[in-house]
Design a protein around this ligand. Structure first.
Ligand code: SAH
Length: 230
C-alpha cells in the first residue's frame, strides 16, 4: 500500500512539474510579446520555478504578470520587470558567464535565481533579516552554487568586493547612491528604478574611462529603497 501511495504521489508531482513547466513557457512567451527579446533571458524565465518563491496560498498565481506579497510589506517583482532588467544588464556585458553582478533587494530570492542562470556570480543584498533568511530557504533546493546572499543595507552596495560588472536594484530611491557607481567596473552598467510616487527605470552606463551617462527606459513601480537594516 505504502509503495502504491508513494508512486501515486510521485506521479502527481511529475504531472504538477510538467504543468508548471508549460505555464512557465507561456509566461516567457508573454514576456517576449511585452518586448523582451533576448532569448537567453526568456530561457531563464522559463527555467526558474517562480511558484517556489511565493507563499503556498499564492502559488496558483505565481505565473501571472503581477507583483505578489512576500510579507514584511514587500513584494516579488513582476516577471516582466525581472526579465527587462536582466536583459538591460546582459546587453552591456560581453562575457556574462564570467561576470559578477550585484542585486540590491533580494526579497524572496526569485530574481537572484533568474540572474544566476545568466551570469557567472550573483551577489544579492537584503536589508530585512527575515527576507534574507526566506531567500536562503527558497534558493536552497535549487542548489545554485553561484549565488551569494548578503544581509545588509544595499544602499551602501556590498563593500570589500572587486568592482561589479553589473548592478541591478529592485527598490527605488530618489537618487542613485554614490556607492553603487563607485562599486561599478569601468564599462559596467547599473539598472535601477528612480523616484518615489512616480518612478522610472534608468540605465547608468560607465564608459571605459569611468564616465557615467544615464538614460531613462520606462515608467515602473518598485518598493522604496530604505536605509539601514531591520
Ligand atoms: N528581487 C526581488 C524583489 C524584492 S522587493 C524579487 O526577486 O522579486 C525589493 C526588496 O528590496 C525588498 O525585499 C526590500 O526589503 C529590499 N530593500 C529595500 N531597501 C533596501 C536596501 N537599502 N538594501 C537592501 N535591500 C533593500
Amino acid at each position: 500500500m505504502a509503495a502504491t501511495r508513494l508512486t501515486l504521489i510521485s506521479t502527481e508531482d511529475g504531472r504538477a512539474a510538467l504543468a508548471s513547466q508549460r505555464v512557465r513557457e507561456k509566461m516567457a512567451e508573454r514576456i517576449g510579446q511585452q518586448g523582451v527579446r533576448d532569448a537567453r533571458v526568456l530561457a531563464a524565465m522559463a527555467a526558474v520555478p517562480r511558484h517556489l518563491f511565493v507563499d503556498a496560498a499564492l502559488a496558483s498565481r505565481a505565473y501571472e504578470d503581477a507583483a505578489l506579497p512576500i510579507g514584511h510589506g514587500q513584494t516579488i517583482s513582476r516577471p516582466y520587470i525581472v526579465a527587462r532588467c536582466a536583459e538591460l544588464l546582459l546587453a552591456a556585458i560581453r562575457e556574462p558567464r564570467s561576470a559578477t553582478v550585484l542585486e540590491i533587494g533580494t526579497g524572496c530570492g526569485y530574481a537572484a535565481a533568474v540572474l544566476a542562470q545568466l551570469f557567472g556570480t550573483v551577489v544579492s543584498v537584503e536589508r530585512l533579516r527575515p527576507l534574507h533568511e526566506l531567500a536562503r530557504a527558497n534558493l536552497r533546493p535549487l542548489r545554485l552554487p553561484n549565488v551569494r546572499l548578503v544581509f545588509g543595507d544595499g544602499s551602501l552596495g556590498v563593500p570589500g568586493q572587486p568592482p561589479f560588472d553589473g548592478i541591478v536594484a529592485a527598490a527605488a530611491g530618489a537618487e542613485l547612491p554614490a556607492a553603487w557607481l563607485a562599486q561599478l567596473r569601468d564599462g559596467g552598467r547599473l539598472v535601477a528604478p528612480l523616484g518615489s510616487s512616480e518612478q522610472r527605470l534608468v540605465v547608468a552606463q560607465k564608459d571605459a574611462a569611468g564616465r557615467v551617462s544615464q538614460r531613462t527606459i520606462e515608467a515602473v513601480r518598485f518598493v522604496p529603497l530604505k536605509p539601514g537594516t531591520g
